[in-house]
Design a protein. Structure first.
Length: 439
């Protein structure tokens, strides 16, 4: 980065500080992962200079031979990995990919069924704060008290509202998705079933989670998270999707370009292709299964220490800790003080609000890439439980207007707390044994 260091030292220094933060801390946000050096090189390549409106061999601009080659390689690798006949690798990210599914399958005002955000669903599956609820009639389904999807409710809602599109997939759901059961429900009302596997894509292609390819008509995903690529998105049309509508692949492509996006990010496509190439290697399968092993080991340790987990465990890469009413922010900030990064998150039937939720969401893909295994998960579990114990006396105030004052007191406390400082030192020692990138 010598050119950046010389030309813009402020940005260079900020990037170096971020490298240090990632190296010395435990990144437990489930949607984050360390991309490989090869992916990062492709993302920072001269492909960022090119403009490629359209699709391979059908571009609007000249000079596309290399861009075409890269996009076709990405498409073919994705088809092989996911077992689907059609892939669009141009979505800028997951949310644009999901919006394209609406555009391809629905008309404004059509009914759509998706998982409630507070029950672990994604904004773009029809949550009230999303633009998707402005243009479509969105109905939300929920999880049961045990944290599993309420299939009885989903079927009742589907029969009552006859949705055009049903979403399965989430941003904070810790159990395996029942693709087969939801496929039956969607078929019974003539709906498209779209599986948003953004979080579990890497697990799916490795066989560490069931694949929706047989059951869904459309699959969307991001390319970061467990897939270990750059920030990007993909939309896939399955054999079942083409059987329902032979024009579905064409409709998806048109929804991305020209309806929603302009030229694709060629440097991003190149990095996606590299990540998909890495996912074809045997080592990737070992990594994906280790992710699940690590998540189960961490969940077990946390529960042994008395930490309350939503649904008492996990089937994938993430967990949800129930911290008590409105206390997710407290645990997030206390752990960050200890060098552990995760995010506050709602829990099912949350007694508080999405702004001050009662839980935190954590996952293990990032630290699994660092080669940590079950033994290290026990240490991580102890770190989290120790910090949670230190802040047990802090509660979400009864009056919301008292929160600012409470947070001032809380932040002073965690900044001086001896145990939290000890945990931070132990976190640094652990991370030093598992370097993020080999020097």
């Amino acid at each position: 980065m010598k050119n950046l260091k010389k030309q813009d030292p402020k940005i260079y220094n900020a990037i170096q500080a971020e490298i240090k933060r990632q190296e010395e801390g435990l990144e437990l946000i489930p949607s984050e992962i360390a991309a490989s050096p090869a992916v990062i090189e492709a993302l920072g390549s001269v492909m960022t200079n090119k403009y490629s409106e359209g699709y391979p061999r059908k571009r609007y601009y000249g000079g596309q031979a290399n861009a075409d080659t890269i996009e076709e390689i990405a498409q073919e690798r994705a088809k092989k990995l996911f077992g689907v006949p059609h892939v669009n690798v141009q979505p800028y990210s997951g949310s644009p990919a999901n919006l394209a599914v609406y555009v391809a399958t629905c008309q404004p005002g059509d009914t759509v069924l998706g998982q409630s955000l507070t029950d672990g669903g994604h904004l773009t599956h029809g949550w009230k704060a999303s633009a998707t609820s402005m243009f479509y009639k969105t109905i939300q389904y929920h999880v049961k008290s045990d944290g599993y999807l309420d299939l009885v409710e989903i079927e009742k809602l589907a029969k009552k509202h006859k949705p055009k599109l049903i979403w399965v997939g989430a941003t904070a759901y810790v159990r395996e998705f029942p693709f087969k059961e939801l496929s039956r429900i969607a078929d019974s009302v003539g709906a498209y079933l779209a599986a948003d596997i953004a979080h579990i894509a890497g697990l799916v292609i490795a066989g560490a989670h069931k694949s929706p390819a047989t059951y869904a008509h459309i699959i969307t995903t991001t390319t970061h998270k467990t897939l270990r690529g750059p920030r990007g998105g993909m939309i896939m049309v399955t054999k079942k999707g083409l059987k329902k509508d032979p024009e579905l692949a064409k409709k998806i492509d048109q929804a991305i370009f020209p309806r929603l996006q302009g030229g694709p990010h060629d440097h991003q496509t190149a990095a996606v292709a590299v990540a998909l190439g890495e996912a074809l290697k045997p080592e990737f399968k070992k990594y994906a299964f280790q992710v699940v092993k690590n998540a189960k080991a961490l969940a077990k340790k946390l529960m042994q220490r008395g930490v309350k987990l939503v649904s008492n465990g996990t089937d994938n890469h993430m967990m949800l800790i129930d911290c008590g009413k409105g206390r997710g922010l407290f645990l997030q900030e206390a752990l960050e003080e200890a060098g552990i990064t995760l995010n506050k998150n709602t829990i099912p039937s949350d007694p508080s609000s999405p702004y001050y939720p009662s839980g935190v969401r954590l996952g293990v893909p990032f630290i699994t890439v660092r080669k940590m295994k079950e033994k290290e998960m026990e240490k991580v579990g102890d770190f989290i439980a120790d910090v949670l114990e230190e802040i047990k006396d802090f509660k979400f105030p009864a009056q919301k207007e008292d929160l600012k004052k409470e947070m001032v007191t809380f932040r002073k406390f965690i900044g001086k707390n001896k145990k939290i400082k000890e945990v931070h030192a132990e976190v640094k020692k652990l991370c030093a044994k598992f370097p993020l990138y080999k020097k």
